[in-house]
Design a protein around this ligand. Structure first.
Ligand SMILES: [Zn+2]
Length: 465
């Protein structure tokens, strides 16, 4: 017993000596890299992400980390770097994106590429989306390399171009032309958050699935005629009736492992009324009324229940006194990961039930469909455990209604998890969120994220001595 105990202590101390980082120094360096890449304007289009790629290359090569610059377009470089493990487990991939959305500088308190520190925040375009992650991943690689940390699996760093406006020079190029260099068992990328409400950390949301952007046009035709003699066959009339039918339709609800766990766990963390609604989704008799409530009051959660349809562009007619012979509507359809689209389009035709209106699927298919990543794996459990340790909160898997670059990796079988730093729920509403006219992140949130990632890698990648 004594021997076991002292061996245990020795091992524990060894781990502490080898792997407990000097966080104060690390936070300072993390901030330096964060500010440096925030100050490089990579608004996309055009991107010009090579500026960030060159910065990372310089930083990594100073510490002896070999770097591959992978560029389909020389101005839009991606970075791949790898630290080798003993190969007993398959690699883990850390992904961030180098580009940002555009800015309207007139709207910013601080210049958008100044990375100004104020009140504990860093202000810049890309502060949240997504340069915090690039910076945290840079720092993680430097820590692993400098600590000469023994790894059971390779840790691969990728910073990619083109996430915001065009995946062709970024993830698509990497997945098609550099797959062996980035292939891994699992990846961490953007798409999650640690939710704070009223200053309290409540739970961590981890993106394990995403809906797939699909589309269709409704094309309505009828005889044209003189506007002074209204006709019940008017193409615009038929189109508007069809739009109303599909937009108010409650498509079949279907949960997957992610959304089932999401609503179950959210029920345990929500106020009574909301908890009852989430629980009622699992009761076939009560679910329709809840869906109606969510459709009115909670579009995000409602969209997670089924393939959704939003009519977003309407066109038809050209002169006030002419009844047009054609009118059309463009629909934004967000499909469940496993949706059978031909069958879904047929269902839409039945809902519309009007021979004058055709459903014309379009080939919008920006990102491939893929099964949700699993929530019963070592990787997911390590995310849960790191969230408990660093934030003392539970982890909830989430299916995002929007698309991310993880779709390309999941489509090839990689288990991908969208993670993120702690953020105040109220901050986005104040206009400081991703893609807003201001963007900011608490330095403390960035630091805590790095601790989370380090704890995660300690369990899934570092060799236990
Ligand atoms: Zn992003």
């Amino acid at each position: 017993m004594r021997r076991t105990l002292s061996l245990f202590l020795l091992v524990a101390c060894g781990l502490t000596r080898a792997q407990s980082p000097d966080w104060t120094k690390i936070y300072a360096e993390l901030l330096t890299h964060y500010q440096a890449i925030l100050r490089l304007d990579t608004t996309d289009p055009p991107g010009n992400e090579t500026k960030v790629a060159e910065y990372i290359q310089k930083v990594f090569e100073q510490d002896g980390i070999p770097v591959t610059i992978a560029a389909k377009d020389p101005a839009r470089a991606n970075v791949i770097a790898r630290l080798r493990g003993n190969g007993s487990k398959r690699p883990i991939l850390l992904v961030g994106h180098e580009d940002t959305v555009q800015v309207d500088p007139a709207k910013w308190i601080f210049p958008p590429f100044s990375a100004t520190r104020d009140g504990g925040y860093v202000y810049a375009r890309g502060a949240i989306d997504n340069k915090w992650q690039v910076a945290a991943n840079i720092m993680t690689m430097l820590m692993l390399k400098r600590g000469n940390v023994a790894l059971d699996r390779d840790v691969i760093f990728v910073s990619e171009a083109g996430e915001e406006a065009s995946t062709a020079p970024g993830i698509e190029y990497l997945a098609n032309e550099h797959w062996p260099e980035i292939d891994a068992e699992a990846c961490l990328a953007e798409g999650g958050t640690v939710r704070r409400e009223g200053g309290q950390v409540r739970f961590a949301l981890t993106q394990t699935a995403e809906k797939i952007p699909r589309g269709a046009k409704l094309v309505s035709t009828g005889p044209s005629g003189h506007g002074s003699r209204p006709m019940r066959t008017n193409a615009i009339l038929h189109l508007s009736q069809a739009i109303e039918k599909v937009a108010l339709w409650d498509p079949p609800m279907r949960l997957n492992d992610t959304t089932r766990a999401y609503f179950e766990k959210m029920a345990t963390l929500s106020p009574a009324g909301q908890a009852a609604r989430f629980n009622a989704l699992f009761d076939a008799a009560k679910a329709p009324a809840v869906r109606e409530y969510l459709a009115e009051n909670d579009p995000g959660n409602y969209s997670m229940l089924h393939t959704s349809i939003s009519p977003n562009i309407v066109s038809g007619g050209f002169q006030v006194n002419v009844i047009p012979s054609q009118a059309e509507a463009t629909l934004d359809i967000r499909a469940l990961p496993d949706e059978d689209m031909p069958a879904f389009y047929d269902l839409m035709r039945k809902v519309i039930a009007d021979p004058a209106v055709k459903v014309v699927p379009n080939d919008r298919n920006e990102r491939p469909g893929s099964a949700p990543s699993r929530i019963d794996t070592e990787i997911y459990r390590a995310i849960e455990s790191a969230n408990r340790k660093v934030y003392q909160v539970p982890t909830i898997p989430q299916m995002s209604t929007g698309a991310t670059d993880m779709a390309f990796l999941r489509a090839k079988g990689m288990q991908c998890y969208g993670v993120g730093p702690a953020a105040d729920m109220e901050d986005a509403a104040k206009g400081f969120g991703a893609h807003s006219d201001q963007e900011r992140l608490l330095e403390d949130s960035l630091n805590k994220y790095l601790e989370f990632q380090w704890d995660f890698l300690t369990s899934v990648a570092m060799t236990k001595r």
